[in-house]
Design a protein around this ligand. Sequence first.
Ligand code: HEC
Length: 374
Amino acid sequence: MAYLVFLLLLPWPAIAAAAQPLQNLSPLTAEEQRGQQIFEKGRSARGSKIEASLPGGVRVPASAVPCAGCHGIDGLGRPEGGIVPANVTWDALTKPYGHVRPDGRTRVPYTDRTLRRAVTMGFDASGNELSSVMPRFQLTMRDAADLIAYLKKLGETVDPGLTASTVRLGVLLPREQTVKNKQLVRQAMLHYFASVNGAGGVFGRAIETSFTELPSDTARQSAAILDFLHDQHVFAVLGDFTGAEPEIAAVMLKTATPAIAAIAPSPQTDSPLNRYVFYLDGGVTEQRNASDLKSADQRNWERATAAAEIITEAMTRAGRALTRGGLVQALEGFSNVQTSLPAPVSFGPNRRVGISGVQASALDPSNPAMGGRL
Ligand code: HEC
């Protein structure tokens, strides 16, 4: 217990730094872990019953409407059907200059007390009533303390693959292609990241890469990706998703791992939006046409390089305090970003296809194949 209190008294960055070498152990204290269970599952680790009141006074177990269901596992909030669940990371809740809601209303920073009131009674830090979409939760004082301890940690957790001096990216190599083709994707990535590292890395972090190739047996793919992420401590993934698009997307969502598909004939863009996976372009049509125009070699090289450029730019925009959530937000801010491909790349909160409607690899208007398309 004394040790616990000692940990809680440390300033947060000290805890984060201390947690870094222990990445496969949980960096969370017991209290924070109990809070995490409430946040993600709606269940109290202390055995108390947590109830939520919904609009109209309907009461349901909190496990039916856990915080993460609306605010996201990372707490950043994702707009859905016109409703914007707030960003509930500690940073956002306590910004010293207050916070402007999408509707323009402002509030002062939260304290532990006003945060408990928001969750249990539905008033924000300035006393404004929150939308009834945000359930009111019946929490014991101890459950509330656990939850708040975890909210303080949200957004501060050290993500896998990240240290003060390195960031590790996982690269999926093309399957069922020639050895030369695999080498090209590998070389394109190594070549680009070597130049970034040569110029000092991203905020002093050197980019490291781990390469893998998925098994062709679909049934084994999900487990293979999970093993790869776990064994290699990968911060984010990029590469060739061909033939395993749904499996890869599901694992990325489950593990909250950002990913950039350089090559993916079947992007998974159905609703609900998978926050974590970004596709270079719209897939099949683009690639089939492009293959008329360029050799597969050249295409793979260009796309691998573009994916490397995109993730480097996003990490740069996410800043020194890089997190997976921050990386996703930075990608969502891409508007007409130039890469070495001819067409610019744009993403958004509801957009996961970077180059849409046009071909990623071949925008050469002098090419006869373009005539029928544009
Ligand atoms: C059914 C969806 C839903 C669930 C579940 C939910 N919230 Fe919310 N929450 C919202 C919405 C929507 C808002 C924005 C309300 C508004 O702006 O009036 C919100 C607002 C908040 C705010 C206020 C943020 C601010 O900037 O003022 C906090 C804090 C919060 N939620 C925490 C939680 C916690 C903690 C849980 C779980 C115990 C939770 N929410 C569960 C939808 C949800």
